[in-house]
Design a protein around this ligand. Structure first.
Ligand SMILES: Cc1ncc(COP(=O)(O)O)c(C=O)c1O
Length: 416
């Protein structure tokens, strides 16, 4: 194979799959709460020759020669991250949010130490101590949850559990909890029991950076995040922390948890963070939340049950058990996918079905907001979703909704 040929001549099957994935993204409504569309500039940085460079170590102190240009890129990503989050120190090398969490655990915990984190069925994440993840296998995990009546975290109960179980670390943050965390309260509880507080803001990294969601930085020793969700900086993770933990975190990321950093992804972060420092990004983040709240209004008016009754951020968790007891999360996901609305099935508090089936769907607004959707268009999207859930067997409804989805996609191109 010639080295300098374009992809479509070198491996046409991969070129074709990439083209089709791009078409899929353009022609469907992406409402998976953890997904987004990065800018052309972030794509360019991530697809650059920086993928060729080994750069173990940190700017100014590498184990390889030839790092002068990647040093510039990483130093810029670090500086922008510190500015966005108002943090003493940032490490931009974690390959993902999970590696970011791993690095924090490695920095200050010993195997067998106790972690107190949010239950997966209540919105938590695998890397917060689930038994199928390294975090559940290495550490002793206790879980807190939401009040079954309100769907909000029961902070009194969390405090009681913390006092009783004396964890070494309390983890806040979630994949599917639609409300802001009370970081100040969790920080105070952690202080009272002499535990570290890790705030995992994976989903809301962009909302926190833009100042439209509470920041945990003052109330947690460690803040971790994903860089490809609301912040649109390409796939990866980040840790920010107080100065006193900077060296511990840096050695926990490399050489503790990872080898060479993915410098093309670090470049994507530098570019995405620069975009996140603009006023336009702040308006984007505000619109993400406004869109989710309008979606919630219409869902409620049309009889859907939402965990906690609504949302403070970019996602809603629909509990189908009241309104559509005949539908599982999997079935709802598939019905919506058939008309071009892409969401994911999700467990709900008090879940009785398996994680592969579930009784809920999680619906998010970051990607549609990137495409320029506003509240009026979210009303249309909400009606499309409920129309399909209300009439799962009705082909005329499905055809009408699919055609509406086509119109919305055509009038909101992503990269054209
Ligand atoms: C709360 C939380 N933490 C961590 C992660 C892991 O991120 P990644 O997929 O980048 O490892 C996620 C992913 O959705 C998440 O929701």
């Amino acid at each position: 194979m010639a080295f300098d040929q374009p992809l479509d001549r070198t491996v046409p099957s991969v070129a074709d799959a990439i083209d089709r994935e791009r078409d899929r993204q353009e022609s469907t409504l992406g409402m998976i709460a953890s997904e987004n569309h990065v800018s052309a500039a972030v794509l360019e940085a991530q697809g650059s020759t920086l993928t060729n460079k080994y750069a173990e170590g940190y700017p100014g102190g590498r184990y390889y020669g030839g790092c002068e240009h990647v040093d510039t890129v990483e130093a810029e990503a670090i500086e922008r991250a510190r500015d966005l989050f108002g943090a003493d120190h940032a490490n931009v090398q974690p390959h993902s949010g999970t590696q970011a969490n791993m690095s924090v655990y490695f920095a200050v915990l010993e195997p067998g130490d106790r972690i107190l984190s949010l239950d997966l069925d209540h919105g938590g994440h695998l890397s917060h101590g689930h038994s199928v993840n390294f975090s559940g296998q290495l550490y002793d995990v206790e879980q807190y949850g939401v009040d079954p009546d309100t769907g909000y975290i029961d902070y009194d109960e969390l405090e009681r559990q913390a006092r009783e179980t004396e964890p070494a670390m309390i983890v806040s943050g979630s994949s599917a909890y639609p409300r802001e965390f009370d970081y100040e309260r969790i920080g105070a509880i952690a202080d009272a029991v002499d535990a570290f507080h890790l705030a995992d803001i994976a989903h809301v990294t962009g909302l926190v950076a833009a100042g439209v969601h509470a920041s945990p930085v003052e109330h947690a020793e460690f803040v971790t995040g994903s860089t490809h969700k609301t912040i649109r900086a390409g796939r990866g993770g980040i840790v920010v922390c107080d100065a006193e933990y900077a060296d511990d975190i840096d050695s926990a990321v490399f050489p503790g948890a990872q080898g060479g950093p993915l410098m093309h992804n670090v470049a994507g972060k530098a570019v995405g963070f620069a975009e996140a420092q603009t006023d336009a990004f702040e308006r984007y983040a505000e619109q993400v939340v406004a869109n989710a709240q309008r979606l919630a209004d219409v869902f409620r008016e049309r009889g859907l049950s939402l965990v906690s009754g609504g949302t403070d951020k970019h996602l809603l968790l629909v509990d189908l058990r009241d309104s559509h007891p005949e539908l599982t999360g999997t079935e709802a996901e598939s019905l919506l996918s058939d008309v071009g609305v892409v969401v994911n099935k999700n467990s709900v508090p008090g879940e009785t079905r398996s994680p592969m089936v579930t009784s809920g769907i999680r619906v998010g607004t970051p990607a549609l907001t990137t495409r320029g959707f506003d509240e009026a268009e979210m009303e249309t999207v909400a009606d499309c979703i409920v129309d399909v859930l209300d009439a799962p067997e009705d082909e005329a409804v499905a055809d009408r909704v699919a055609s509406r989805v086509d119109d919305l996609c055509e009038t909101h191109p992503i990269y054209d």
